[in-house]
Design a protein around this ligand. Structure first.
Ligand code: HEM
Length: 543
């Protein structure tokens, strides 16, 4: 019999020597025992956590150790399947369901759970608990987007100060100042398109999603960065046009577009994959050079002296002004943002304000093409409006039906179809869905748009008239620009810009959907049409 005193490490070693067991066998046995112990521990952890979250429906094919990570990666990893994948899981599991994250992987220690919801009651509760759901999760945002409004935490003073300093960029005075640029860029788009038509070519197919993404980029880089020569829409000119860009000009005209694409691409990838893959040299170099391009431009403008904003007697504003200079001059109690803070905010505005507006406008154009009766009504409203002298502050009053068209496009195809919030403390939603501090909730507003209880049996039909409902502003379930204190700061600009671009397009072109075209959703942070939005354009003069 072995006495306990004999179990000292040296006695054990002595015993093993006596037994003459080869060292490699001992090492292998120890290794196997350790792996088995870790595995057993993780399985037990997984079982306990499954038990902890048992009241939240979860996909049943979860990995015993990786928990919901493979499901999340499948859903988010392939952007064309994202909205479909989430919808399929919602159909199966109900309006609120969740996935657990593997606690032991680096990067997940705080993001224990992701709760997806399209349940109006749960969403109202999240809106009411605004002191808990005030920030976006760190994954993705923190390491990629500069430290601007999108990424900053709302419980820190910096976000509040920045929000106050940036808000005036969307006031009446500033909107009036953007007018001339908006008209100029939109007119350039139309010139570029119209050059494709002649007596023989009266109707031609264009990808309006591409067109709108180019023009909204030109607008934001011009009013944001002061890039007066931002004219990437000239890439749409017919190659034989005397104004067509030469290859070297095309490169520089599309430089900002490429940078913006890369930055957005990174946002999407990093949301799905908080891993070292982002440092893969080719990808990292691409990202760094896109970022450097935007940064260089910010610093060039920043070092120039400039006025914050000027408007002429008609209130139409001036082109010699940009958001960057306005932010440089913005101050509160004599305190300005630092150059780096201004840079972070201006790149954030470019990322947040470009594709969102372009895509919503192109969804609206698609719906107008698909619904000729609605198109006729919009055309009737816009055809005699002098857009060149229209102040952006008048857009809503002068173009009410077009405005509702834009709002309805946002309902049916919410450009930010799913947006995240982080729980700053442990919280239980709906009396049973547990969300530990640091976990995420993803608000699925696309499913809300199709909810027949909210929007009636024709919820999937495009009907701008439904935006006349008087309670629209108070609806807890129509929030294409988010809600609460983190609501989109650029909402007013998005509306007037989108409605203006829609009105201009309809003044000049009749739209139709080619018989073979049916859009498929793709999500790259924003909801786009995977194959572009090809529409048949006929200049009204040839109509
Ligand atoms: C149709 C166009 C747009 C849509 C659908 C949209 C949608 C959104 C949504 C859903 C959010 C998140 C809100 C939340 O978490 O509650 C957001 C935030 C934001 N948006 Fe927009 N947006 C649009 C245009 C713009 C424009 C034109 C700008 C600026 C030029 C802009 C700048 C921002 C910023 C800076 C934030 C972060 C605000 C904060 O956290 O304080 N957006 N947007």
């Amino acid at each position: 019999m072995i006495k306990s005193a004999d179990l000292s490490p040296s006695a054990l070693v002595g015993l093993l020597r006596e037994l003459k067991i080869p060292t490699w066998v001992l090492v292998a046995a120890c290794g196997t025992a350790s792996v088995a112990a870790i595995y057993a521990y993780l399985l037990d952890l997984n079982r306990r956590r499954r038990e902890h979250f048992k009241d939240t429906p979860q996909p049943d094919n979860e990995h015993p150790l990786l928990a919901g990570l493979p499901v999340t990666r499948r859903v988010f990893g392939s952007s064309t399947n994202q909205s479909q994948g989430i919808q399929e899981l919602s159909d199966k599991l109900g309006p609120t369901w969740g996935v657990r994250m593997p606690l032991f992987l680096p990067g997940f220690s705080k993001q224990e759970f992701i709760l997806f919801t399209s349940d109006p009651a749960i969403i109202s509760e999240v809106q009411a608990k605004k002191d808990i759901f005030h920030s976006r999760p760190k994954v993705g945002f923190h390491s990629i987007i500069p430290q601007g409004l999108l990424a900053l935490r709302a419980d820190k003073g910096q976000w509040q100060t920045h929000r106050r300093l940036i808000a005036p960029l969307f006031s009446d005075k500033f909107l009036a100042a953007y007018g001339p640029t908006l008209y100029e860029k939109s007119a350039l788009l139309h010139d570029s398109l119209l050059q494709h038509f002649n007596d023989k070519v009266k109707t031609k197919a264009f990808d309006v999603q591409e067109c709108l993404n180019l023009v909204t980029l030109d607008i934001i880089t011009s009013i944001g960065f002061g890039l007066e020569k931002a004219d990437s829409v000239r890439a749409l000119l017919p190659p034989d046009s005397p104004q067509a860009l030469k290859p070297n000009e095309l490169r520089s005209a599309l430089g900002f577009k490429r940078a913006s694409d890369v930055l957005l691409d990174e946002v999407m990838k990093r949301v799905a994959e908080p891993s070292v893959a982002r440092f893969w040299p080719p990808r990292y170099i691409r990202y760094l050079s896109a970022y450097a391009m935007a940064t260089k431009r910010v610093y060039e403008v920043y070092r120039h002296k400039g006025d914050s904003v000027s408007s002429d007697a008609s209130g139409r504003g001036s082109k010699d002004f940009n958001m960057l200079i306005a932010l440089k001059n913005a101050q509160e109690g004599g305190q300005h943002m630092t150059m780096k803070e201004v840079k972070d905010e201006i790149i954030t505005l470019m990322i947040a304000g470009h594709e969102t507006t372009g895509l919503t406008t192109s969804w609206a154009l698609y719906e107008l093409a698909a619904n000729p009766d609605v198109q006729d009504k919009v055309y009737k409203e816009v055809k005699d409006v002098d857009l060149k002298s229209l102040s952006l502050t008048e857009v809503k009053d002068k173009l009410p039906y077009t405005y509702m068209t834009f709002q309805e496009a946002l309902r049916l195809h919410p450009t930010v179809n799913i947006f995240p919030r982080e729980a700053s403390e442990d919280v239980v939603l709906g009396g049973k869905y547990r969300l530990p501090a640091g976990s995420r909730i993803l608000i699925n507003q696309q499913a809300l748009a199709w909810n027949t209880e909210l929007w009636g049996p024709d919820a999937k039909k495009f009907k701008p008239e439904r935006m006349q409902r008087p309670d629209l502003a108070d609806l807890d379930n129509y929030f294409p620009f988010g809600f609460g204190q983190r609501t989109c700061i650029g909402k007013r600009l998005a509306y007037v810009e989108g409605v203006f671009l829609l009105a201009h397009m309809l003044q000049d072109f009749h739209l139709a959907v080619p018989s073979e075209f049916a859009p498929r959703y793709e999500v790259r942070v924003t909801l786009r049409s995977a194959d572009g939005t090809t529409l048949l354009l006929t200049p009204r003069a040839h109509d």
